[in-house]
Design a protein around this ligand. Sequence first.
Ligand SMILES: Cc1cc2nc3c(=O)[nH]c(=O)nc-3n(C[C@H](O)[C@H](O)[C@H](O)COP(=O)(O)OP(=O)(O)OC[C@H]3O[C@@H](n4cnc5c(N)ncnc54)[C@H](O)[C@@H]3O)c2cc1C
Length: 380
Amino acid sequence: MDFSLSSEQKEYQELALKFAKNEMIPNAAKFDESGEFPKEIFEKAWQAGLLNTCVPVEYGGAGFSNLDAVLIGECLAYGCMGMNSSMMANDLALLPIVIAGTAEQKKKFLTPFTEKFLLASFCLTEPENGSDAAGIKTSIVDKGDHYEVNGNKMWITNGGYADLYVVYGTKDASLKNKGISCVVVPKGTAGIEIGKKEDKLGHRASDTRAITFNKVKVPKENLLGKEGEGWQIAMKTLDHSRPLVAASAVGGAQRAMDLAVKYALERKQFGKSISEFQAVQFMLAEMGMRTEASRMLVYQAAWMADQKIRNTKVASIAKAMASDGLMQTATDAVQIYGGYGYSKEYPIEKIFRDAKLLQIYEGTSQIQRMVIARELLRSN
Ligand SMILES: Cc1cc2nc3c(=O)[nH]c(=O)nc-3n(C[C@H](O)[C@H](O)[C@H](O)COP(=O)(O)OP(=O)(O)OC[C@H]3O[C@@H](n4cnc5c(N)ncnc54)[C@H](O)[C@@H]3O)c2cc1C
């Protein structure tokens, strides 16, 4: 087993980390405070070749593997997990096209993302259906020469800025996962109603909105795969995107740990550095244990996706371990900062707020455990 990275992988890892340190970290607090959307930073990331990692070479992309994407995402999340949410959302939305699109669809929908800076949204969640995604009620109905989409989506990342929406809906909600289809809806199509920007606890630089589809006409050629294949497309997408979300958690945890180590070395109490107290050392040691173990799981889940080995269980283990680990690491990092950790003057407070979302989106930590248990039970 070879744990070493190729020279190219080291190169873009370095590029992404440099971008995180120069462009994201210095601006993270400002955008967190204002809740503004840092479009210029995202555009710079696009120019640097750090966005849309899933687009294949044939369609103008860099041809990154899932492991490559994970290495980049980890570094970007080190800069700001909130900004990285928006950047990752592009891959989440484009992956269904990569997975299920025809050559023509890929050329039409993916190539523009490599020619100029564009944003995309993945629209699965609804106000009444989050974890129970197979129960979505948005309808996608065949109207002869086109499909009509009707329904409400909730918590859609990049919702207010997306150039295209990948939308899941059903021809009959009682069919559950078997009735679901997936269509690409271009921005500006009549009937797309964009809700207000959600005022969130963390990830405040990312744009999150409710989107209503009101009698939206979609050309037949925008259906991905066949009718009723939407659920399979969504599940395959998650096998690729969960390692990315887990990588974001690892990047966030690494940043929290680096800050905690630095602070522990600087802060003095009882006449000595707090890093000399074993209680503090043990918190740091556990951060190291969790972060390193999570990183290995994330790399494994991504590597499996690249080898086309079914990674559903490992991807869910990686996502749950990395995001639960991040939450604990962020909590302990605030603890090490003491009262100063509770102040907006120090960066750890934001990381603590951002950390929570990783346990919620793309399947909560409880849902990951359900997936893991299901995979364990079915293999026996
Ligand atoms: C900032 C943000 C950005 C997001 N971006 C997107 C996006 O771009 N596109 C998109 O489609 N969605 C997006 N989401 C939605 C996200 O994936 C859902 O919020 C998540 O799947 C949980 O769904 P829910 O919020 O409806 O919670 P619920 O499903 O209502 O869950 C509530 C609680 O019940 C628990 N629970 C539910 N069912 C079970 C069960 N069977 N067993 C045990 N526990 C259970 C959950 O774990 C959770 O603790 C985003 C969410 C947020 C907050």
